[in-house]
Design a protein around this ligand. Sequence first.
Ligand code: ADP
Length: 323
Amino acid sequence: DTDPAPDLRSVLPSEVNSKYNTIYGIVFDAGSTGTRIHIYTFHQRAAGSPLELDGEIFESVKPGLSAYANQPEKGADAVLSLLQLAQDAVPSSHWQKTPLILKATAGFRLLPVHQAEGLLSEVRKVFNSSPFLVPENSVTILDGTDEGILAWITVNFLTGRLHGDHSVGTLDLGGASTQITFLPLNKATLDETPQESLASFELFNSTYRLYTRSYLGLGLKEARLAVLEASVSVAQQEQTFRSHCFPPALNGSWVFSGVTYRYGGHSDGLTGFHLCYSEVQRIVVGKLHQVEEIRHSPFYAFSYYYDRAVDSSLIGECHVCAA
Ligand SMILES: Nc1ncnc2c1ncn2[C@@H]1O[C@H](COP(=O)(O)OP(=O)(O)O)[C@@H](O)[C@H]1O
């Protein structure tokens, strides 16, 4: 796979304004393909006024925590190594008031409950023995609805579209799930959408009612395994998974979530777009809910949509995005 190497983005403020109270916050994103730490620095002009973001330190490790389903202590070690970075970045005088949270996404949603809980409980132990503030429920699995909503809020907040009728929809392609979220403007959309795909919430004194849908198993990596009809147990027997999407002579191997999958083309010599298309179609047919309104709505696409668009030169790489 051609994932970018873990990157270190250090954008802490060059001059910390000592006039204001500096506040830190530490967020772990336990994704299916990697664990990431975000160490945020804010300042507050006066008690009760909103926090203003000064900077962020970011670091990531691979594979994702869910790859350690059978070795939860080892998974927690990955969290511990990232936490060390936070201890170096946050002054010790602030440790006790700096909150620490971890949200796990689709890799965890796919795990049997006892394995997911085993991992989360090892992470809780690491958090509880750290010098930071551990709020109640600080280590949890984010559900697909919240993942979709948070991405929508982030994009519309950052692009200044949160107020008014010009919001954009979001398309988020993760490793294990994919989310589509937008603000429906047509009554027909609201009428034909099942209740579980509509989410209402309050933000900055406005009420939003979003369409949001998360497809578990249709993230880039899990969908690839589905197309190949691959399973962990068969992969461990070193069987090759074959697809008409590959050239017949191709043989390779791919590591995902700690498992090596061998793949290759078919010995019948057949390959090409149409055969490949029907293999891919097989895994989505009957599973997708499509509403007419999205044909005319603007969307922002990111995560693996961005990575793959860069890889295939559809767009240029964004060098200033983190700033
Ligand atoms: N802070 C971030 N901003 C933008 N993209 C991110 C960020 N963190 C992770 N990603 C992207 O998310 C994708 C991986 O999704 P992941 O979180 O591992 O899957 P899932 O949500 O299915 O658990 C990659 O394309 C990665 O570059």
